[in-house]
Design a protein around this ligand. Sequence first.
Ligand code: SF4
Length: 630
Amino acid sequence: MAENKTLKIQRVLFINPFLYHSKNINIGIDPVVVRHAGQAIKTGVTFPIGLAYMAAMLLESGYEVKLLDPLAECLPLDEIYDASCWSDAIVMPYSPGHKEGIKRYFSDFRQKVRIVSGGIAPYIHDYLLSNDIADIIIKGEPEETIVELVRQYPNVSDVKGIIFRSNSNKPVINPRRPLIMDLDRLPFPVRHLTNPIHYWDISFFGQPTAWILLSRGCSFDCIFCAQFEINQRAVRRRNPKNIVDEMEQVVKKQKVKNFVFFDETFNLSDKFVIDVCDEIIKRNLKVHWWCSARPDLVRFDVVKRMKESGCIEMRFGVESANDEILRYLNKDTTVEKMKMSYPILQEINPRLIYASVTMFGPNGPDSHRGGFDFQGQARSGLMFSTGEPDMPPLAVVFAVIDQVTAIWASHAVLSALIMRDRSGMGQQVQVSILGSALGLQYFNVLIGALTNDAPRHSRTDTDPMRNMYQCKGGKWICFTLPSLQPGLWKEFCQAIERPDLESDARFISFEKRLENCGELVSILDDIFAAKPREEWDDILERHGFFCAPVNESSELKDDLQVTENKYVVDFNHPVFGKVQFPGYPVHFSEASAGPRSAAPELGEHTEEVLREIGGYSAEEIERLRGKEII
Ligand code: SF4
């Protein structure tokens, strides 16, 4: 431990991470920072329940504690600074979003014992300790660890569940602390050290909300979920009486009636859920709450009881509507079990239109396999449709098949909507990346099926009159002379000022030109290389031939034909400034379409939505704003 630190901890400051710049910037007043932080505040502010539990444990053990939440409370820096100076130790949870803020803040308080809780990835410990950002890291459940740590400081070498810097500055990882099996032993979190008005959840329309922990752990083991690392699949539950005691206390003392059940998965046990609900109902507690739940464990009779006890919402992590992906994620469920399949939902709402997108389609041996645009380009034959013979497969660099799949999906949903208007019935529409890629290449697929061969284009071996030529200056042009139209060859020879070619026996007919393609292409290469592309474009257009510049994507914004039709449009982006965006490729006679704005910031369109869709008046909106509901 660093020598200038206290040898005894009596006062501990628990502080939620915030956007700390330096001692001289007052985060509570700086409007930019407040507005920045305001994004989070406007969508809901989560109570720092982990800190509040640790603070409660220390308080119960006779230590002095403070709990600050600078962002939620818009605290002036003086207050943060005073509290930090008052303390012997500061505890802050790790949050990747506030990494820099934690670093700056802790560097201003090096003489304090700096403790970080949470952050399960090993690199976080290395980062915090080796950069001298923190002194001690709490890993795993923190409540018992913080008490023992504070009590034993600075002799922390045998405190379980911590990582600390040794005297030789090396990180020392102590053994894990056993899990707290009896959660009822924990005191209620120190809500009284904060103002309940600052905490609210969007599901309660901005009204004060209390976060409450009913259980810890989850018996499942989804590969992306951090709970296993902390809880080791051990599910521990509080006694329903103890839980509802806490709820009652919150209702009475804090006048808060909205609750977020802060469990990993609330509905793992029907009995537990029913017992909690019954306790709430028995005490006639008029509360509202929501919880996280697994859809495959939902049972109607249990949901009914939940609703009676004030449940307004269950939040599900469905993750995927593909059984293979669910298997890969180790979700231990299926789409069917989650009751998210079309037959189940259709029974509830026969007018439902249910669209699903898969990689290879709903039938066949590979219907279960996944993939991306790239696999779609490959399996559909597209990679062998571009380029010249003997080239390796070529890919269109950006997600062309993803795009066309989305277009097919929207087309299918719109068709189903029209059918529903006629029949009154919804239906399932199934789109796939493979099917969409094949649909896009209709002619290639047709020719391939009819002739058993769909040749790639070859400049020197197919039709010289449907080809690309490089002009003076390096730009390319392409043109097409319909092969069966008489007189075009003569006209073409005049246009390129080579009337001698008209009667050249090698090129006298369409068949001859095909037969001697290589020779003609070589002659035309020389001819086209003599003038710039713009000039050739003029000449060919004047003679009535179909031609076009072979653009690179970067040239599109300078192509008048593209911009005048608004296929690419100027756009003032709030972050990128003046840029060009793809426009909408269709013109409606009675409507306009195209990019209207960048993707909104959180809450940016709230007023617009309330006014235009919700029909709210300006006064009503003002009233909602006054109550900080929006
Ligand atoms: S069910 Fe939910 S809480 Fe449980 S392991 Fe899976 S993602 Fe995590």
